[in-house]
Design a protein around this ligand. Sequence first.
Ligand code: ADP
Length: 261
Amino acid sequence: MTEALPRPHKLSGLVPAVTFLRTTNLVKSFGSKKVLNGVNLAIAECGTTAIVGPSGSGKTTLLRLIAGFENPDSGSVELNGQAVAGAAWVPAHKREIGYVAQDGALFPHLSVAQNIAFGLDREWGTRGRVATAKRVAELLDMVSLEASMGARRPHEISGGQQQRVALARALARKPKLMLLDEPFSALDAGLRVATRKAVADVLHEAAVTTILVTHDQGEALSFADQVAVMRGGTLAQTGSPFSVYTRPADRDTAEFLGDAV
Ligand code: ADP
C-alpha cells in the first residue's frame, strides 16, 4: 500500500507536498537478468526517503538510473515535473544531483580542498583561485570541518571526515537532489551515528531532497520521513517509517525488517 507522501520538513503543515521525483514503471536488465521490474517511486520536495531491502534487490541500480549513470530499458524518470529519462534524456551532469558513494570515492592524489573544488561547476574555473578557495572554505564549514583540513590528503583524515568531504564535494553545485548510497556503512558504529547526524543536519539546512540507500533499519528510521522497501527489483512497500515497521505489507517484508533490526 502506498501512503500519502510525507510532508516536506521545510514547509508548513498547510502546504501540500510537491512531488519532486517520480519514477514510473522503471525496468532495467543486465544481460538476461532483470534487475528492476517496474519501479514506481514518488518523493516529495525536501523529503528524505530511505530505500531498504536485501542485497541484490536493485537499490543501487535504481539510484544509478535516477542519477543518469544508466539508461532504463523502459519507464521514465521525472525530476521537478521534467522527464530526464524515458520520454527525454537529460545527462547526469545536467540533472542537478549530488551522489555520495559508500567509500566516498575521493581522489587519493588530490588534497581535500582540491577534491571539493573538483565538484564545482566549470564556471568556477573562470572566477579565479580566490573565489574558488572561498567557496571551498564555505563548503568545509557547512560540513563542520576546519579550514586547515583542506590541505590534507584523504588518507590523512578519518573515514567520517572523508564522508563529510564527499558530501561537501557533492553539495558544491547546489544540487536539488542528493543520492546517498550506503554512505555510512564503512564507518564504525560510533562514527556512523555522529556522521549520519551531521549529514542529516546539513541536508536539512540546505533543504535538499534526499534518497538514502541503506541496509541498516535503524538508520532508515532515524534518517527518513519515507521508507521504501525493495525486493526482487520492485518496491514491496512505501510509507512512513512507523507504518512500514508496524504494518509490513507482507510476510517477506516483515521477516526482512525483523531480521535486520
Ligand atoms: P543492491 O544495491 O540492492 O544490492 P544492485 O542494484 O547493486 O542491488 O544489484 C542488483 C543486481 O544487479 C545484482 O545481482 C547485481 O549483480 C546486478 N548488477 C548490478 N549492476 C550490474 C552491471 N553493471 N552489470 C551486470 N549486473 C549488474
